[in-house]
Design a protein around this ligand. Structure first.
Ligand code: BGC
Length: 788
């Protein structure tokens, strides 16, 4: 490195316009000429030598001075990229000009680090990490290992380019939040932003610069395991929560020491996996791509998301990771995204499995030419990119553009200026009181009350009832964490039984019986459970799904509860006591078989670290549930796909089944409260608006119950007719307000025709058509007209 610096400054000295090299030659020549014209004698000889030496010394000084000033000047020049005050684009241009092809190519690769979390392993793996690698997936949970690896990059590589460390911070880092599907049921994007801010802070302080989150794949098939990771079935909902999480992770300035870069994934259409099977084909027309899958990504890019991840799925014949239309035409050209795209894990070599590429080299060419700048663990770019460039299949200009995108995000994150992370104790960075409070509030707001016959909930405690607490979730901690729980620790989760003990201390007697397991056929504990149940006033059944039943490659063909759980609920029904079913799960469930057996059903989802505490609050009445479903619960698996915004069909009652109603069991937006809200009529400021105008619509909602409650209003829009057919209704806005008992709140929505009434065609061009429109809230609707 020193040699390279000296060489650069030396050549700069002699080639640069400061002319020091020329000055040196000029002096030397003059001394020589003078000497030639002098008549030499011995005494003169000495003088001559002294003179020559003097001149030589002078010249040497000048030369040295020149060299030094040349070095300084050169250093200044070559170090623009190191100058924290220089504009980022100048720094990028300066750096790219100094990089060799090999250095550029390694920037486009992501390796892994820290998967071996043996405490003595700090630094072991770093030996295998090239000092010029662009990125590493960072599995460790403290900054120590990162700092060792970063030091290698900063000090051992020629140019000292920092590594960007990425990790899947999906629903929290150590403070684990409810799964994203549940988060959306809170309809509280502000709170989700706060949760992502905490997640960013914990991650950054642990050595992570970049999260592979949010996942904003619209998902309408509960069989797909990854439904848990996104914000449900609706494009608008995904867009709103995407923006909230991007803001939470990145803040206003990504270089803040507690912020990280976001990554919108999986670009695009992964949620359409056929029959909910992971990684398989997705049939997506361009119309549906634009209508349904693109809006959350467009919103995320507009919100400044630094990066995107290309998807595994094959989009109607062209894989997501080799898709020029989505990655370049839409993302880079139309949306002018200037960050970078990372492939999903191994998605580039998998182009061979998908039948798109014949070799790893061809896969590298396809993915890179389509617009994937970084190869996650595929080792196609590091092995074949140089050959591709030398063969002229990829140009240096393309390479430069890709590397500049990666460097841009590194500069924006401040990695060049602050490459290391202060090492802190776990206590200093994890599970801080405010982080836990946010987690608890979010978990409370995600709980959806699905059924409450005879207002059995909240549980009456005046007579100190005896409550039977049963089922595989009652004393379970792990499964409350949900899939992808980062560095969450089971011992930090409060289980349901513990939380109930604390909540009902002195108010109720709790007795326990296992009852049944999550699955299998073991009914041996049924009889003991029956005996226990007979002694109680209420039976609380804690059921649901194991945490690894959802997530990546964790699809299920049937979304009903496993037979053993259904059987156990039926067995408990025989006791004749009220049954409260509590569900912790990561997907919408088919509950038709058990719904009639239960008096109340509480969907608590997988709440993360707060565990059973928010649920206990709902059961006792300390918390009035306000969550509403972000995804439809079908009556049975056979109804899938079923979602609220289906396109209009030929006959009003079409889509019937002979065996079950065609409506879902619980629709999108459904959720009960302990109080009752009465909806007034929707009022329009005007019945007709012009295209440039806005229309204010309002609806009064009165809390006619005896306790305060929070209500969420979903505003839907539909047109009578459009030249491209539209869904029966589309969510355009939502709002949540606390309404005190007896009070009326007016919810307001300002319709902006271009934003809320327009639609796109199969190439993303936007249209706004005059005509009749309806605005809908619950079962209320009102017509208005749009004219020129
Ligand atoms: C998943 C991504 C994840 C990546 C890195 C992949 O298998 O599909 O969602 O970000 O692994 O862990």
């Amino acid at each position: 490195m020193i040699c390279a610096t000296f060489y650069e400054s030396f050549s700069y000295n002699f080639n640069s316009s400061n002319g020091l090299g020329f000055m040196f030659l000029f002096f030397l020549k003059r001394a020589f000429d003078k000497n030639k014209s002098q008549k030499l004698c011995l005494t003169h000889e000495t003088h001559y030598i002294i003179n020559i030496m003097k001149k030589f010394t002078l010249i040497s000084c000048i030369l040295l001075g020149g060299c030094l000033s040349g070095v300084t000047a050169a250093n200044k020049k070559q170090s623009i990229y190191k100058d924290a005050k220089a504009p980022i684009e100048d720094r990028i241009n300066d750096l790219i000009g100094k990089m060799t092809l090999e250095e550029k190519i390694l920037q486009m690769n992501q390796y892994t680090l820290g998967s071996n979390n043996n405490a003595n392993n700090d630094g072991e793996e770093v030996k295998n990490l090239p000092s010029t690698v662009g990125s590493a997936i960072y599995f460790s949970e403290d900054a120590k290992l990162r700092n060792v690896a970063q030091k290698k990059a900063m000090e051992e590589s020629r140019l000292g380019i920092p590594i960007i460390f990425g990790y899947d911070v999906i629903h929290g880092f150590r403070t684990v939040y409810p799964i994203s599907l549940a988060q959306a049921c809170s309809w509280n994007p502000g709170l989700v932003e706060e949760a992502c801010t905490v997640a960013a802070q914990e991650a950054k302080m642990s050595g992570v610069d970049w999260t592979f989150s949010p996942m904003i794949d619209v998902a309408r098939d509960g069989r797909w395991g990854r439904v848990a990771e996104g914000y449900g079935e609706d494009p608008y909902t995904n867009a709103v929560f995407c923006v909230a999480s991007v803001k939470g992770y990145q803040g206003k300035d990504m270089s803040d020491s507690k912020r990280i870069a976001a990554c919108l994934k999986h670009f695009i259409g992964y949620g359409a996996s056929e029959a909910g099977r992971d990684y398989v084909y997705t049939e997506i027309s361009n119309q549906t791509l634009w209508d349904t899958y693109i809006p959350p990504y467009e919103a995320g890019v507009k919100a400044g998301a630094a990066t995107l991840m290309s998807s595994f799925n094959n989009i109607s014949g062209t894989p997501g990771s080799a898709n020029h239309y989505t990655l370049t035409e839409i993302l880079k050209k139309r949306w002018a995204h200037d960050g970078f795209v990372v492939s999903d894990w191994g998605a580039i070599p998998q182009l061979i499995d998908q039948g798109s590429a014949s070799s790893h080299k061809e896969a590298a060419k396809q993915a890179f030419s389509a617009g994937v700048e970084m190869d996650m663990m595929g080792h196609c770019y590091d092995k074949y990119m140089e050959e591709l460039v030398k063969e002229g299949k990829i140009s240096m200009a393309q390479i430069d553009d890709a590397v500049k995108r990666i460097l841009r995000i590194k500069f924006r994150l401040g990695l060049f200026d602050n490459p290391y992370i202060k090492e802190t104790t776990e206590k200093e960075r994890f599970l801080l009181p405010q982080s836990l409070a946010t987690a608890e509030q979010l978990a409370e707001e995600t709980i959806v009350l699905l059924k409450n016959k005879g207002n059995i909930l909240p549980l009456a405690t005046a007579n100190k009832p005896t409550i039977a607490v049963m089922g595989p979730m009652a004393k379970n901690r792990l499964d409350l964490l949900g899939s992808w729980f980062g560095h969450g620790q089971v011992e930090n989760v409060s289980c349901i039984s513990e939380a109930l003990e604390a909540e009902f201390a002195g108010k109720a007697n709790l007795i326990y019986s296992d009852g049944c397991d999550f699955d299998g056929e073991d009914t041996s504990k049924f009889s003991e459970a029956l005996e226990t149940a007979k002694k109680t006033d209420v039976i609380l059944l804690c059921m649901g799904e194991k945490q690894n039943w959802t997530g990546e490659n964790a699809s299920r063909s049937i979304i009903e509860l496993p037979a053993i759980q259904e059987q156990f609920i039926a067995e408990m029904k025989k006791v004749g006591k009220p049954i409260v079913l509590v569900l912790a799960n990561g997907r919408p469930l088919g509950l038709s078989n058990v719904e009639p057996l239960c008096d109340a059903i509480v969907e608590m989802w997988q709440p993360g670290i707060p565990g059973g505490k928010p649920l206990a609050g709902v059961l006792s009445g300390r918390v009035n549930p306000s969550g509403k479903l972000s995804i439809t619960f079908p009556r049975s698996t056979g109804q899938i796909p079923i979602y609220y915004n289906q396109r209009k069909s030929a006959r009003p009652n079409s889509g019937k089944y002979q065996d079950i109603p065609s409506t879902p069991l619980y629709e999108f937006g459904y959720g009960l409260s302990y109080t009752t809200f009465n909806y007034g009529d929707i009022k329009l400021a005007k019945e007709t608006i012009k295209r440039g105008e806005k229309l204010v619509v309002e609806i009064p909602v009165t809390n006619v119950g005896k306790r305060d409650g929070t209500e969420v209003i979903h505003w839907f829009i539909t047109a009578s007719f459009n030249t491209i057919t539209r869904p029966v209704k589309e969510l355009k806005y939502f709002e949540k307000q606390l309404i005190k008992a007896g009070d009326t709140c007016v919810f307001r929505f300002e319709i902006d025709p271009m934003r809320d009434l327009s639609f796109v065609n199969a190439n993303g061009e936007c249209f706004l058509e005059n005509g009749e429109y309806y605005v809908k809230v619950k079962d209320k609707k009102i017509k208005f007209t749009l004219t020129d």
